[in-house]
Design a protein around this ligand. Structure first.
Ligand code: CP3
Length: 342
């Protein structure tokens, strides 16, 4: 049994005394303890060494004390396992030397055996669970197939992912083949994560908001929904689509337990779009953590009032930024904890 089960109770829609809180990218560059390990080990070494991944996962639990842990890893370990090279270039971000650009490239992408290629992630989960001693739940995650395709085709981060979109629109057959391979791999991967002890999974559709509502349905949601259908019988599923407010009504009809919202959608609109029944997560602007602390706390309480304390998980609207002082990250989390007695 998990000692602090607020997060799991909110996911199930149970009545809670206050909402749970965690932060996307909470294991990250705003923490000096993380930066110390980043100086010593390159990115994928940190991902592939269970002792390092577990240590980085529990750092925020000790320092800022959220109600859930999220495993330190990356969404790009999936393309790596599928035979697509991925490097993390310091100061640049993801770099894929041989992006997928043709139907033949798609043929060369494999659907891997998970334990053979990603066993290190499962070892990190086992170790993290031991270190957490059931204090808080552990979240596992994967990128959405569309977001993974964006990197696989573009070969790097982008403001618009023109090449990825161009590939889908000019060669839809190959694009759908690639999306299905990523979906099959992701389902097998998340099932293994559940078997190894994660208490919930989150799907990050970071680039879903690049698509029109029609293209979103065809190239992103269709595949996310397959993952939800496969995982919902086994665990709680959270879907976070950055910039995907337009898809919330359709998402709310799925078997997902919760939906993430970014700060460009008001709590009222998010509730209206989702019919008021499903748990929502979000949506504090990460840059708003720079607000002076007393005002910051009032903004957090206002956010909770507007979403409502039940069927709600306080979070940022996207990942925390490196320029956030640790005491402001802590003030965000403390404000949610103080909501009951404010
Ligand atoms: O949330 C957490 O604390 C868990 C760890 C986590 C990381 N990446 C570690 C990481 C999670 C959940 C991710 C997901 C991820 N990775 C996403 C989806 C979420 C989002 O923010 O939209 C995406 C798009 C990626 C791909 C990725 N990985 C990019 C674009 C970058 C470079 C840009 C950046 O923010 O630095 C990474 C690297 C990365 N992944 C870092 C961390 C802590 C920072 C680099 C480092 O530590 O060397």
């Amino acid at each position: 049994m998990i000692k602090n089960d607020l997060f799991l109770r909110a996911l199930k829609g149970e009545t809670v005394s206050r909402p749970p809180v965690w932060m996307m990218r909470q294991a990250g560059r705003y923490l000096p303890e993380f930066m110390a390990l980043k100086e010593k080990y390159d990115f994928f070494t940190r991902c592939r060494t269970p002792e390092l991944a577990a240590e980085i996962t529990v750092q925020p639990i000790r320092i800022v004390k959220p109600d859930a842990a999220i495993l330190f890893s990356d969404i790009l370990v999936i393309p790596q396992a599928m035979n697509i090279d991925v490097e993390m270039k310091p100061g640049v971000g993801p770099w894929l030397p041989s992006p997928v650009r043709t139907a033949q490239d798609v043929e060369n992408v494999r659907v891997p055996e998970i334990m053979e290629t990603l066993g290190y992630v499962m070892d990190a989960i086992t170790l993290t669970k031991e270190m957490l001693e059931d204090e808080v739940p552990l979240i596992g995650f994967a990128g959405s197939p569309w977001t993974i395709l964006c990197y696989a085709v573009e070969g790097k981060g982008s403001k618009s992912f023109d090449q990825a979109k161009g590939f889908c629109f000019s060669n839809p057959e190959a694009a759908h083949k690639l999306l299905q391979k990523i979906t099959d791999t992701t389902i097998a991967y998340l099932k293994q994560k559940v078997a190894h002890g994660v208490n919930a999974v989150q799907i990050f559709d970071s680039w879903g908001g690049m698509l029109s509502p029609e293209d979103y349905r065809e190239f992103s949601w269709k595949y996310i929904d397959q993952i939800i259908e496969a995982l919902a019988p086994l665990t709680e599923v959270i879907v976070f689509g950055k910039g995907c407010w337009f898809a919330l009504p359709e998402m709310a009809k799925s078997k997902a337990s919760a939906l993430g919202v970014d700060w460009t959608c008001s709590p009222e609109k998010a509730r209206e779009f989702t019919g008021g029944k499903i748990t929502l997560q979000g949506n504090f602007d990460p840059s708003r953590l720079l607000t002076p602390v007393p005002q910051l706390k009032n903004m957090v309480w206002d956010m909770i009032d507007r979403f409502g304390k039940d069927r709600y998980m306080a979070n940022l609207g996207h990942g925390i930024l490196p320029n956030i002082p640790v005491d402001h990250a802590k003030a965000f989390i403390d404000a949610v904890k103080e909501y009951e007695n404010r």
